[in-house]
Design a binder for this molecule. Structure first.
Ligand code: AMP
Ligand code: GLY
Length: 439
């Protein structure tokens, strides 16, 4: 079959790379793709970004299954569009994608359904927001209500920083946030302490298939310093998610979310990503929902997955079947058993000069190593013109390695990075440090 992956980042490269390994696949198309997907003989880039034009193309090409990577097309309704033409697509409807595209929606949803999350209030009035912060003190967290590519959150350690963030998000045009209906809003919430983890499940209605756990590194600099980014590196599994925590997340977060979405007439399909904060006493709260896979978490997760990914994604788009034995519909996802490589996978993001603020592009990338069984360089912000790669975005590459231990995966990833060069390249040298501390 022919498969389409929508997006152009490292996550989409990893998804396409894994899908192309399936015997059921004739070709994996990536729209629009990047310099890495352009060079892989099993993949083909499609230079279409307009969603209606892409849907027309997919229909005429006979695409059997489409997988959506980023949040943008989901909140623009790409899933509704493809489904209206009876095409199979992995992702949530536009309504369900609000769990990510509106912090105000998702926080209110969590409150309605008793899903553990930080205490919060939502504001569109600047002076009320300032008054709330003055009353609650710092540290406090200010979040823009709208898609912001991972950059719409300010964890303010001082009151001055919190006030500045409110003005920036509510009054200036430079915040880079796609506002929801009703204009600029902020969610102001309680500061939580603990360890973060990424918990992703593939869903259909009430059925949820958990993927391997992972941990991202959101800050730009070593030791979790510097500004928040889209993610500077990740590893899987995340030891902080013990079997007890895993069961608790399914019971207290994932299941009530799927039930709540069903009750509210927005049954959830596709990937649900709960960003967790796990306290030292084992309390778990939801920091945020994403309605897609994480980037860069997907890169190490795909390296560990042993199943045929096409089988899994295909199953997720099947309708439920009613069983006589129970009133609850059985979904093919319920019968799916994911197998994971026992090794640790770890991915280090190489970012451009100036990321995450003022990104420089057009730098020449030199000496990219060939893929091996235990090390793959996934591309994100790259383009390819005969025999040369150039940087085109903030996050450029994700060097992903497998190892019997976290230290071995780390060594292989960092050894590989020594061979890669581009002007202004920046990366963290401590990806995996929290897991290393624990094991
Ligand atoms: P979000 O996009 O909501 O996940 O926020 C981005 C990052 O900001 C998270 O990964 C955390 O590192 C941090 N963050 C968000 N909310 C909180 C909170 N309530 N307390 C502490 N840190 C937070
Ligand atoms: N790595 C975090 C995210 O994808 O939102």
């Amino acid at each position: 079959m022919k498969i389409l992956v929508i997006g152009s980042g490292g996550r989409e490269h990893a998804l396409a790379w894994k899908l192309a390994q399936s015997k059921r696949v004739q070709c994996v198309y990536v729209a629009p793709g990047n310099g890495g997907t352009a060079c892989d003989a099993r993949l083909q880039n499609v230079p279409i970004t307009d969603l209606i034009a892409l849907c027309d193309w997919a229909q005429s090409e006979g695409i059997a299954l489409t997988v959506v990577g980023p949040e943008g097309p989901l909140s623009s309704g790409v899933v509704d569009l493809f489904r209206s033409r009876s095409m199979r697509i992995v992702g949530p409807s536009k309504d369900a994608a609000q769990l990510e595209s509106s912090k105000a929606f998702s926080k209110a949803f969590m409150q309605r359904h008793g899903i553990p999350t930080a205490a919060f209030e939502t504001f569109s009035d600047v002076s009320l927001a300032h008054a709330y912060v003055a009353q609650h003190g710092a540290p406090i967290v200010i979040k823009a209500d709208g898609l912001a590519a991972g950059k719409g959150v300010v964890v303010a350690m001082t009151l001055a920083h919190a006030h500045e963030a409110i003005d920036w998000m509510l009054l200036s045009d430079t915040a880079g946030v796609v506002h929801n209906k009703g204009g600029a809003r902020v969610v102001i919430e309680e500061f939580l302490e603990g360890q973060e983890a990424s918990f992703m499940v593939l869903c259909n209605g009430l059925s949820a298939l958990p993927l391997a756990t992972s941990q991202d590194h959101k800050r730009l600099l070593d030791q979790d310093q510097g500004p928040n980014t889209g993610g500077m590196g990740a590893y899987s599994p995340a030891p902080v998610v013990t079997p007890e925590i895993h069961a608790k997340v399914l019971r207290e977060i994932i299941r009530p979310t799927l039930e709540g979405m069903m009750k509210e007439g927005m049954p959830f399909t596709g990937f649900l990503y709960a960003g967790l904060m796990i306290s030292s006493s084992g309390e778990v709260k939801t920091l945020e929902f994403n309605t897609r896979l994480g980037d860069p978490e997907t890169q190490p997760i795909m390296m560990r997955l042993k199943n045929d990914w096409v089988d899994v994604l295909w199953a997720s788009t099947e309708p439920s079947v009613h069983s006589d034995a129970s009133s609850r519909a059985i979904h093919p996802l319920d019968r799916m058993d994911l197998q994971w490589d026992r090794r640790v996978a770890l991915g280090v993001v190489l970012a451009s000069h100036g990321y995450p603020q003022k990104v420089r592009t057009g730098d020449l990338i030199e000496s990219l190593p060939k893929e091996s069984e235990d090390c793959v360089v996934f591309h994100a912000g790259t383009s390819y013109a005969p025999s040369q790669w150039k940087t085109t975005g903030g996050r450029v590459l994700c060097v992903s390695a497998l190892g019997d231990t976290l230290t071995q995966a780390q060594q292989l990833a960092y050894e590989t990075i020594k061979h890669i060069q581009f002007g202004g390249m920046q990366y963290r040298s401590d990806i995996g440090w929290r897991a290393k501390r624990e094991t």
